[in-house]
Design a protein around this ligand. Structure first.
Ligand code: MG
Length: 453
């Protein structure tokens, strides 16, 4: 029987290839990945876009060069949010490559492949690209048939129009909300302000310049990085604060009092007001039970998956789900496209505020009360060894092994799973309030540390 040689290290992680340019992500490597992508797909053209990172043009040019050397043309869309490239790929039926490291610090960059349906590439296809790279089987074209570099500057406008068509723009416009928006110097610096302006939002923008060093704030939209936005919302008369990560596939919100809203609450709220009885909702096992309770309340079916946005997207397509998403602010709305989309998420939240005529804090206050504490714990042993010890330690408890190990603690739970990219485990603890979730997180973190000793 034919057996593949022992697999080389996977290049594509949960969210594409990531690294520090010129350290572990060289232009030569990026060029060879471009060649491998096109040798695998053999298509006439591929779209490419990038976020605002300093090394974006360098890595993009290298990938584009590799693509053209195999005979495919490259359509350069410029700086765009990842979901805007995904929208372009689906509406044009072509593959795409996004140069981004999402929420990572500015020194990082990455390469992510987009399928023709706008979803992230399947693992099988990624492995197909990796095989060509490792086996050096890229099919170079003869000089006269090398691809060309073309530009298309229509992607941002059609992406915004696409979102406007999917929400009740008239009701949102009538509400004339006051919104503070923080792009964090990332890829959404033009698109989200344009969308909000089209929705008649009274807008105050923060960090809406393309600064690839992310000098204003770190790219991950977590409370400690959003102090300027939170301060602005507290000081002014705003209805909502909105922030994205670097490539704007995620959106997080600040209520009118300046309180940060957890991502699983946003997802639950969107499900509550957008899904109907009989609809299917998909979320990973790391989201709190707030979403389970809301689905029960409205008569929707909830399906849980392993952690990872591409896994949620593909499951949604497979079972024809309406809404999906993660606890980190990544919401997938099938009426628009099967991928996380920060601007679409913002439009959906504004829509439900307009239709219910309630403040965002009141809407959040009506949701079931849960708190999720998240930790990253350094590990000194391989995950497989750690997992065995954890299984022995918790053998008396109810355990779910879908992804890592999820241990039931009465009506609450703790999830421990390895990171795909770093020597850490991620620990999620759910409680009814913050005190309870941090107590559980402390307890399990110390158990972990004891096992490692
Ligand atoms: Mg992102």
């Amino acid at each position: 029987m034919y057996m593949k040689s022992v697999r080389k290290k996977r290049l594509f992680g949960t969210n594409g290839i990531r690294g520090i340019p010129n350290a572990d992500l060289s232009p030569v490597f990026a060029m060879e990945i471009g060649q491998s992508i096109c040798s695998y797909f053999t298509v006439e053209r591929i779209a490419i876009a990038r976020d605002t990172r300093v090394t974006g043009s360098m890595i993009e040019s290298a990938v584009a060069s590799g693509i053209m050397s195999t005979g495919s043309s490259v359509i350069d869309l410029g700086i765009l949010p990842t979901p805007a490239l995904q929208y372009y790929c689906r509406t044009h039926g072509i593959y795409g490559v996004m140069i981004t490291a999402s929420h990572n610090p500015p020194q990082f960059n990455g390469i992510k492949c987009i399928d023709r349906d706008g979803t992230e590439l399947s693992v099988d296809d990624e492995i197909g690209v990796e095989d060509i790279y490792y086996e050096k089987k890229a099919a170079l074209s003869e000089w006269r048939t090398c691809g060309a570099l073309k530009h298309d500057n229509t992607a941002a406008d059609s992406y915004i129009e696409g979102i406007l068509k999917k929400v009740d723009s008239a009701s949102i416009s009538k509400a004339a909300f006051r919104v503070a928006f923080d792009a964090g110097n990332g890829a959404s610096y033009q698109t989200t302000p344009a969308l909000l302006t089209a929705l008649n939002i009274r807008l105050v923008s923060l960090n809406c310049n393309a600064d690839g060093l992310f000098t204003s704030r770190e790219s991950e939209p977590k409370p400690e990085n959003l102090s300027s936005l939170i301060g602005l919302v507290k000081s002014g008369n705003f209805d909502l604060g909105i922030a994205h990560d670097g490539d704007a596939d995620r959106a997080v919100f600040i209520d009118e009092k300046g309180e940060f809203i957890d991502g699983d609450k946003t997802l639950s709220l969107i499900v509550k007001y957008t899904a109907k009885r009989g609809d299917v909702v998909v979320t990973p096992i790391s989201s709190s039970d707030c979403i389970s309770d809301v689905c029960k309340e409205i008569g929707a079916t909830l399906v849980r998956t392993k952690v990872g946005a591409p896994i949620v997207s593909r499951k949604m397509i497979e079972i024809k789900a309406k809404i999906g998403g993660e606890e980190n602010g990544g919401v997938i709305y099938s009426g628009h496209q099967f991928c996380r989309d920060g601007a679409m998420t913002a439009a959906l939240v504004l829509q439900l505020m307009a239709l219910t005529k309630k403040s965002i804090s009141d809407l959040i206050g009506e949701l079931p009360k849960y708190s999720l504490t998240k930790r990253a714990v350094q590990i000194s042993k391989p995950w497989s060894e750690l997992l065995k010890s954890l299984e022995t330690e918790f053998s008396g408890k109810e355990i779910d092994r879908m992804d890592g190990i999820k241990i039931n603690e009465g009506s609450n739970w703790v999830l421990i799973r390895p990171s795909g990219t770093e020597p850490i485990v991620r620990l999620y603890a759910q409680g009814r309030d913050e005190k309870e979730s941090s107590r559980l997180a402390d307890l399990y973190q110390s158990k972990l540390e004891k096992i490692m000793k």
